[in-house]
Design a protein around this ligand. Structure first.
Ligand code: GUN
Ligand code: FE
Length: 436
């Protein structure tokens, strides 16, 4: 017996292509079959082509709503959910005072399990279906995260062997043993994650990078987020054998094998032309986290404004991330808003919502090597998308207008961004259904 396999979704469709283009299809239709998209077309054409196959059960009309690909959040710490709203003065102080004590709690396995279940459910509800995630130092916390996450994520335990509180300091061999076990257990879902050069010894970075490269795992860390951090890193490493002459933070990661085409560097705000050249040469990607870097009065750490123009000129790949808990809000809509707002305030041209959407979806998928199968809405790609109600969605003129009408009104009540998504479809399955 032939089974009816197709599903028909009707909404106003936004489909990011690149920094400048986003297809806008008011009254559009997406046809899925099992996990994949088999057709995208204007509703009128879709009705002509498929009406004999459509019925109440296999058709979902989202009405006045935008439908777009699920988000890729390319840098966030799932174990920092509780520090998002804590006072922020500057990076290193905030880490010591609030972040490290919060991450210590994940030593308790039952606590980690409970928090993972609750955090990743909220992440899916916010429309994030892929990305790169940091856990605490604890092996079981990574396991809890991987078990509960839904989507295309790489996740790793932060590695801390020095300059850390004793509860979060691991021996070098311990860190390497955990890395070995997690790679064995999870393969490329595991990301080798030295917290940053301040807390991770060169030996561990070198050996761990090798293991990660061999297993085709991603590597992620923090790079050049604040000036004080850079000064500290350089003073620390210039006292270490083999690093006496390093001229930059990037060079430290280069020497320890941390750079490469599967490497993600969080922040990268204060990079010299020479460092950008190294990142380009090694095909390393940078993740920009605007809500985390935003001024303190905007609940960020006040780290400064990322210069996307110089990064793009240097042909360094980049994508957006929330940096939860440096960033206060889970939703990538808030990250997009902050990116647009901060650049507008500084009169930097080109920071559009269309660009922000691309850098929150397809650009992340591309960096993770998944650009051919997900990250945007194309025939043969996976049917992974989110739906967001918006009054008069179909009468907007273009994607930029639709996104600014959707995102602009919530900027004073930023927690609302987490609630904007009404439905989430991941690989053809409705994983978040509309509330009855
Ligand atoms: N640098 C090292 N660790 C962290 C962290 O947890 N958050 C941020 N924003 N920067 C870091
Ligand atoms: Fe971070």
């Amino acid at each position: 017996m032939a089974t009816q396999k197709k599903h028909f979704y009707i909404a106003t469709i936004l489909n990011p292509k690149n920094d400048k283009e986003c297809d806008f299809l008011p009254n559009g239709m997406i046809v899925t079959e099992k996990s994949k998209i088999v057709d995208i077309l204007p509703l009128e054409k879709g009705l002509k082509k498929y009406s004999s196959k459509m019925d109440k059960k296999n058709t979902t009309d989202f009405g006045d709503a935008l439908l777009m690909p699920g988000f890729f959040d390319m840098h966030f710490h799932w174990v920092q959910d509780d520090v998002r709203e804590m006072p922020k003065d500057s990076l290193l102080e905030w880490l010591e005072k609030y972040t490290f004590p919060t991450e210590m709690k994940f030593a308790n396995k039952a606590y980690a399990k409970k928090r993972a279940k609750e955090f990743f459910a909220r992440l899916t509800k916010a429309g994030t279906l892929g990305g790169a995630c940091y856990s605490s130092i604890h092996e079981h916390a990574v396991e809890a995260a991987i078990k509960n996450v839904q989507g295309d994520f790489v996740i790793g335990n932060v590695i801390m062997n020095m300059n850390s509180p004793k509860e979060l300091t691991q021996g070098e061999d311990d860190s390497l043993d955990i890395t070995k076990r997690l790679i064995k257990k999870f393969g490329p879902k595991h990301a080798f994650t030295p917290r940053f050069a301040i807390t991770t010894t060169p030996k561990v970075m070198k050996k761990g990078s090798k293991m990660a490269d061999k297993a085709k795992c991603f590597k992620q860390t923090h790079l050049s987020e604040t000036k004080a951090e850079i000064d500290f890193v350089l003073s620390l490493y210039r006292k270490m054998p083999g690093f006496e002459k390093v001229s930059s933070y990037t060079e430290i990661y280069e020497k320890t094998g941390m750079l490469g085409k599967r490497s993600l560097m969080g922040h990268g705000i204060h990079l010299s032309p020479k460092e950008l050249k190294t990142l380009n040469k090694t095909q390393t990607a940078v993740v920009h986290c605007p809500t985390s870097n935003a001024p303190i009065k905007e609940r960020g750490l006040g780290s400064g404004l990322f210069n996307f123009h110089t990064v793009e000129k240097a042909k360094v790949r980049w994508a957006l991330g929330s940096d939860i808990g440096g960033g206060p809000i889970l939703s990538m809509f808030d990250v997009m808003r902050s990116f647009v707002d901060q650049n507008q305030k500084k009169k930097v041209k080109g920071a559009t919502y269309v660009k922000a959407l691309y850098r929150s979806t397809l650009a992340g998928a591309e960096i993770l090597g998944l650009g051919k199968k997900t990250g945007s809405l194309e025939k043969k790609k996976l049917a992974s998308f989110i739906v967001v109600p918006l009054k008069q969605a179909s009468s907007m003129r273009n994607a930029e207008e639709a996104l600014s009408k959707l995102i602009g009104p919530h900027k004073l009540k930023r927690l609302q961004y987490d609630q904007l998504v009404s439905q989430v479809v991941f690989e053809g399955k409705e994983v978040i259904k509309k509330k009855a």
